[in-house]
Design a protein around this ligand. Structure first.
Ligand SMILES: Cc1ncc(COP(=O)(O)O)c(C=O)c1O
Length: 360
C-alpha cells in the first residue's frame, strides 16, 4: 500500500522533550540544549498579543495573513505579494518540493545539512545530490554548482548551516549566481539574525538582485516563537503563486499571526536575544577550548563540539545528568555533539556535567 518513495524516508527525529526525560529518568531539573530554541522564552509582547486575540479563536484565521504580511513587507522593504507564510519554515520546504519537483527531478544540498531538504524531495520522488562540506565545515558552493545537471530544480544553501553553524561568503555566492540562473536557489536562513560575520550574505538582498532566490526565515529562533510555528519566504510572485496552490489555506493560525507581528515589532527583544546569544556562544566556545575540545566556530545559536568519544554514549551520559544535547552521529560526525546555546546557568550546568562525565 505504501508509496515506493517512502521506503527510503525516515521520519524526522526531534530533540528529546524535557518532560519525557524527567519522566523516564526521574529527574527534577532538566536543561535542553538540543533543538536550537531560544532560551529567553517568548517575547512578552507576543504573549500579550495572543491573550488579546484568544477570544477570537472560534473564527478561522485570515488565510492571506494580511496584517502579518504587511508588517513583513514593511520590515524587509518588499511587496506583500512577494511573501509566503508557512507553519514554520519547515512547511515551506515541503511546499516548495510539492510545487516544483516532479518524479525524476533533482535537488542539490550540502552534506551534512538540514535533513528536511532531502526528506521533502524524496516525498516527491525527486533525487538528492548531497555535496560534502569543505574541510572547514563550510558549504562548498563551487562543488554544488559543478553538480548542477539538466534535472536540477532546487539548490539549497543553509546559511548558517545546520549542524555546523558556518556561513558562506557572499562574494563567492554572487559569483556563483550566474551559473544557477535557471534554478531555484533557496537560502535557508533560519539562524540569520544571529550572524555577525559581515561577509555572510543576506538572502533578502540577494532576492532583490536575483529573482530566482528564495530567502526562508523563521520566528522560531531569534524571535523565540518555535512552538507557534511561523516561518516565511521572500521570493518572486510566481513562486508565491505556485506555493499558494499547494498550501493548506489556514496554515498559520490566528494566535501565531498576532504573536509574529508583535515579535517583529519588538526590536528590544530581538536585540536582547542576539546579544545574549553572542555572549553565551563566546562563553561556551572559550570554556570548551580551555578544556581542550575542538569546536567549530559558529555564527548560529548552536555549535559542533568534538567530544572525542562515541557521541551517542556522551549524549546518554549527559542525559542522565539532566542535560539534553544532540549527538551529531546522524549528521555523519560520530564523535561530535551539537550543542545549543542556553541561559548562562544552563551552559554552566552543561560544562559541569561534561567535565564529570569525561572525568576531566
Ligand atoms: C536550517 C533550518 N531550517 C529550517 C528549520 C525549521 O524551522 P521552523 O520550521 O521552526 O521555522 C530549522 C529548524 O531547526 C533549521 O535548523
Amino acid at each position: 500500500m505504501l508509496r515506493k518513495c517512502l521506503e527510503d524516508i525516515a521520519p524526522y527525529s526531534p530533540g528529546k522533550p524535557i518532560d519525557e526525560v524527567k519522566r523516564e529518568l526521574g529527574l527534577e531539573e532538566v536543561y535542553k540544549l538540543a533543538s536550537n530554541e531560544n532560551p529567553l522564552g517568548p517575547p512578552e509582547s507576543a504573549v500579550e498579543a495572543m491573550k488579546l486575540a484568544a477570544g477570537k479563536v472560534s473564527l478561522y484565521p485570515d488565510a492571506d495573513a494580511f496584517e502579518l504580511k504587511s508588517a513583513l513587507a514593511k520590515f524587509h522593504d518588499v511587496k506583500r505579494s512577494q511573501i509566503i507564510l508557512g507553519d514554520g519554515s519547515n512547511e515551506l520546504l515541503k511546499l516548495l518540493s510539492l510545487a516544483f519537483l516532479n518524479p525524476g527531478d533533482e535537488i542539490i544540498m550540502p552534506k551534512p545539512s538540514f535533513g528536511e531538504y532531502s526528506r521533502t524531495a524524496k516525498l516527491c520522488d525527486a533525487s538528492v545530490k548531497a555535496i560534502p562540506l569543505t574541510e572547514d565545515y563550510v558549504i562548498d558552493l563551487p562543488a554544488m554548482v559543478a553538480a548542477i545537471s539538466s534535472k536540477t530544480k532546487i539548490v539549497y544553501i543553509c546559511n548558517p548551516n545546520n549542524p555546523t553553524g558556518t556561513v558562506v561568503d557572499k562574494q563567492l555566492l554572487k559569483q556563483m549566481m550566474h551559473r544557477m540562473k535557471d534554478i531555484i536557489v533557496v537560502l535557508d536562513e533560519a539562524y540569520f539574525e544571529f550572524v555577525q560575520d559581515e561577509n555572510s550574505p543576506d538572502g533578502v538582498a540577494f532576492f532583490k538582485e536575483f529573482p530566482n532566490v528564495v530567502s526562508l526565515r523563521t520566528f522560531s529562533k531569534a524571535y523565540g516563537l518555535a512552538g507557534l510555528r511561523v516561518g516565511y519566504g521572500i521570493c518572486h510572485e510566481e513562486i508565491v503563486a505556485a506555493i499558494n496552490k499547494v498550501r493548506e489555506p489556514f496554515n498559520v493560525n490566528s494566535l501565531a499571526q498576532v504573536a509574529a507581528i508583535a515579535a517583529l515589532n519588538d526590536g528590544e527583544y530581538l536585540e536582547k536575544s542576539i546579544r545574549h546569544n553572542a555572549v553565551e556562544r563566546d562563553f561556551l566556545y572559550n570554556e570548551l577550548k580551555k578544556r581542550g575540545f575542538q569546536v567549530v566556530p559558529a555564527e548560529a545559536n548552536f555549535m559542533l563540539v568534538d567530544v572525542v568519544r562515541d557521541s551517542v554514549e556522551v549524549f546518554q551520559g549527559l542525559l542522565k545528568k539532566g542535560i539534553i544535547v544532540r549527538s551529531a552521529d546522524i549528521f555523519g560526525y560520530p564523535t561530535k555533539i551539537r550543542l545549543s546555546v542556553g541561559l548562562h546557568k544552563e551552559n554552566e550546568a552543561f560544562l559541569k556535567a561534561l567535565e564529570e562525565y569525561m572525568g576531566i
